[in-house]
Write a protein of this length. Structure first.
Length: 437
């Protein structure tokens, strides 16, 4: 009932404004032109209130109900500009009127009403359906669909939700963010660990089917720490399905009773002997020898494998990762760094510097690109992008940044600082280059 009343009120006000502005007797006289200008100014000022005032009462106005307001404002704005331009006023007076009307239109319509409509349409066309897609997949314990929707949601949240901040009207903006952005952020956070586990298990399963048992075991090693962080399976049904999948692959690989537990603890902070011994074994596997004098910095090169608990495997050997580089070598970036080739500086078994990074992974189209979030990490050397549908974000590159001819489709970049030379090699990017460096 309230929405119907709102539409009726909008229609009544717009009709009244149009009649007052452009009645035939009013044309041609300066005083009548002044009156028409004042009416249009009032209409422009009032336009954002149709979504701001309801927001003060906790109601988000649908974009569809605001199109009559927008269309009327546009029509009135163009009509009054034509009236001013064709009037008998001197040029200085015309310029003054036009400047005032243009500024008001820019403030209330261009920066207010239009971006609100865009933001609402974006939230309901992208975020809302993805949340529904995840809800449906969770209800039937469809792990593959959960993973797919998770990646699509991640792309939206990390590269496209800035549209939700671009309109004026704090109450409306806060309400829109609360309903869609914060809900989406929370859901993505909830899914991050389960999806990472599922990806690792699927990777181990694939490798095992190729007859590479030892490599499959190494992939599963990183799962134990993640499982301890899972929520209680009694509260979320798909967690139980995930744990069954973990056990299935463990049995396939022959790791049923190894480091990877079959279920997360029901409460946090468990201190059983088994858990303690597992932690000690994991730590000792990753700790380099400390006897003798400190080892010098050495360079290593190879292909990135597993990204585990503050460590990364390169050419089958595990290295610790320095605190600053953990932002780059994180669970979040496991897929993006898969098959990446690197040159690294290692000191005392710890990666302290990235001197070259080649990104070889490809996504599955512009709606599902591979997403790398550097979280402000510094790459001292060069970066080369070789894959299609790749999105790289929030990283500082002290060397050169190159998009190779292997990258034909869909490259996305956001918040990248390149201190060397940026190059797009001939033959690269045949379609869609977003946020150029």
């Amino acid at each position: 009932m309230e929405k119907k009343l709102l539409k009726q009120t909008i229609a009544t006000v717009l009709f009244s404004a149009t009649v007052l502005s452009f009645t035939p007797p009013a044309l041609g006289k300066t005083t009548s032109l002044d009156q028409s200008i004042e009416v249009i100014k009032l209409e422009l000022k009032k336009a954002p209130t149709y979504y701001v005032h309801p927001a003060l009462k906790g109601e988000l106005v649908q974009a569809s109900s605001l199109y009559p307001v927008l269309n009327s404002a546009k029509k009135s704005y163009h009509n009054i500009r034509n009236l001013i331009l064709t009037s008998n006023l001197n040029e200085n007076k015309k310029k003054a009127y036009l400047k005032e009307i243009d500024a008001l239109y820019n403030e209330k319509i261009t920066k207010g009403l239009i971006p609100y409509i865009d933001a609402y349409n974006y939230a309901t066309a992208y975020l809302e359906p993805l949340l529904k897609e995840i809800e449906v997949a969770e209800a039937v314990n469809d792990l593959a669909s959960i993973e797919k929707a998770y990646h699509k949601l991640s792309v939206q949240l990390k590269s496209r939700t800035s549209i939700l901040y671009r309109f004026s009207g704090k109450a409306s903006r806060d309400l829109l963010l609360e309903k869609y952005k914060k809900t989406s952020d929370s859901k993505r956070e909830d899914l991050m660990i389960p999806v990472t586990i599922y990806m690792k298990v699927a990777q181990a399963d694939k490798i095992m089917n190729e007859g590479k048992k030892e490599q499959a075991k190494k992939v599963l090693e990183s799962v134990s720490v993640l499982i301890e962080k899972l929520p209680n399976p009694e509260k979320i049904s798909y967690i139980d399905t995930l744990l069954k999948e973990v056990r299935r692959v463990q049995e396939l690989v022959g790791e049923v009773k190894s480091k990877t537990p079959v279920s997360p603890p029901l409460t946090s902070g468990g201190n059983s002997k088994d858990e303690t011994s597992t932690d000690e074994n994991t730590e000792s596997d990753q700790t380099p020898p400390t006897s003798g004098s400190e080892n010098p910095t050495v360079k290593i090169s190879g292909t990135v494998g597993n990204i585990a608990n503050q460590s990364v495997t390169v050419n089958g050997k595990s290295y610790k990762v320095s605190k600053d580089l953990q932002r780059l070598f994180s669970y979040e970036n496991a897929m993006a760094l898969e098959t990446a080739t690197v040159i690294l500086d290692v000191k005392n078994g710890e990666i302290v510097k990235v001197t070259k990074l080649e990104l070889n992974k490809s996504g599955s189209g512009d709606m599902d690109p591979v997403f790398l979030n550097g979280n402000g990490a510094i790459i001292e050397g060069s970066v080369v992008v070789n894959g299609d549908d790749y999105s790289i974000n929030n990283v500082i590159v002290n060397g050169d940044f190159t998009i190779s001819p292997n990258t034909k489709y869909n490259f996305f970049a956001n918040n990248i600082t390149v201190k060397g030379k940026t190059s797009i090699v001939e033959g690269a990017i045949e379609k869609n280059f977003f946020h150029p460096l």
